[in-house]
Design a protein around this ligand. Structure first.
Ligand code: SAH
Length: 368
């Protein structure tokens, strides 16, 4: 009997959605049940059914399982659907009462979900709503997976792509994120291919090196947002630890090792990082660090007019400025696209709904 698989160090029961297929098998065997039961459980659990709802496993196993482990999904606390493009935004409640956001975007090639990786964030980016109250805690693998399962179940439609661009810094929750990636890729589970998964980071260079060693062919997105260290440090404190040079060196070796293209996110803030000079500097920076001496690496920059957040006071660049910025990059051999805004009517950028909800809650508590 493998007792440490059911109870973790802090005395909590194992969550059934945190287990990889071979681990679920070990648990089933330790409960004195035949191996094939694990397969009977894994697929329906990953579609959103609790063991009690899976009819063919029998009452005895259901009872043993509820003794040894737990099963739960995030609950829908709020759901907003865009009247413009059908984008769906969820505020999900977690078992401990915290909440996180997920957004499902509808594209011709399928549904893409943007999930959160932490409750809050401690990275402190000046323009971002998710970091205002700091980090409350890391999300567990089953809570990241649970956002996808719960959204899919609620919508009654398959989700085929995942972007880790919601609340939190995924590489600041490295171990849980790695387990989540293995779970979401499991053949009998959601079976979402690594090529259909993107991970966005503010630039923890040491963790980018570690991720390269894992050899998952996921797409890496780097939130760059500035073309010189002074500007970047002023809006992204992480740059004081991992400078642009260190970050781009990690990107270069990530590409050398995995062969996967990297995309760069650049949020345009009026008067801060959107000048023509900044565009020229950005192109030179990327070309010199990533394409020299060999001109092989495909580089893609996503330009995103900053989404004004009440507390940050930043304003979005004019459309003309954005187009000029893109044109400079293209002229210097760097592919640039201006990100289309989805769900504009439902405040679809992450962090804002959770904040709104917290503030309502706070004023509710104050009124009482
Ligand atoms: N921590 C990760 C992922 C979460 S943020 C990261 O930094 O990449 C996802 C993306 O949204 C990042 O590129 C982030 O910089 C950007 N972002 C955050 N607040 C924004 C805002 N107000 N307007 C536009 N983009 C924003």
């Amino acid at each position: 009997m493998n007792s440490n698989i059911t109870i973790s160090e802090d005395g909590k029961k194992t969550h059934l959605l945190s287990l990889l297929p071979e681990e679920l098998e070990a648990l089933i065997l330790s409960l004195g049940e035949p191996r094939y039961r694990a397969k009977q459980l894994f697929a329906p659990m990953h579609r959103g059914q609790s063991p009690a709802e899976i009819s063919n496993i029998g009452k005895v196993l259901t009872a043993k399982l509820s003794e040894a482990a737990v099963y739960s999904l995030p609950t829908v606390r709020k759901k907003l659907v865009s009247a413009i493009d059908g984008t769906v935004k969820y505020l999900f409640g977690l078992d401990d009462g915290n909440s996180v956001e997920s957004v499902v975007m509808r594209y011709k090639h399928g549904n893409t979900i943007c999930i959160s990786s932490q409750v809050g964030c401690r990275m402190g980016c000046a323009f971002c709503a998710s970091t205002i109250g700091g980090k409350i805690r890391d999300l567990l693998p089953e809570e990241m997976l649970g956002q996808i399962i719960a959204a899919q179940k609620d919508m009654g439609e398959r989700i085929s792509n995942v972007v880790m661009m919601g609340i939190g810094e995924p590489l600041d929750n490295y171990t849980n994120v790695i387990r989540f990636l293995k779970l979401v890729n499991a053949e009998d589970g959601l079976n979402i291919g690594y090529r259909h998964i993107s991970l966005s980071t503010c630039g923890l260079a040491d963790k980018i090196d570690a991720l390269a060693m894992e050899n998952f062919p996921i797409t890496l997105s780097i939130s760059l947002h500035a073309s010189d260290n002074e500007t970047r440090s002023s809006i992204m404190p992480v740059n004081k630890k991992w400078s642009i040079e260190k970050l781009l060196a990690a990107c270069k070796s990530y590409y050398a090792r995995t062969g996967r293209r990297i995309s760069f996110e650049y949020t345009l803030i009026a008067g801060k990082n959107d000048s023509e000079k900044a565009a020229v500097t950005l192109a030179a920076l990327l070309n010199s660090h990533l394409r020299s001496p060999k001109d092989t690496m495909p580089i893609h920059v996503n330009l995103i007019p900053v989404n004004p957040v009440t507390e940050t006071g930043f304003a979005s660049s004019e459309r003309k400025t954005v187009e000029k910025f893109a044109a400079v990059l293209e002229r210097k051999g760097i592919r640039a696209t201006v990100r289309r805004t989805l769900g504009a009517d439902i405040n679809a950028s992450c962090g804002q709904l959770r904040r709104e909800e917290e503030q309502n809650y706070l004023s509710f508590v104050k009124e009482k």
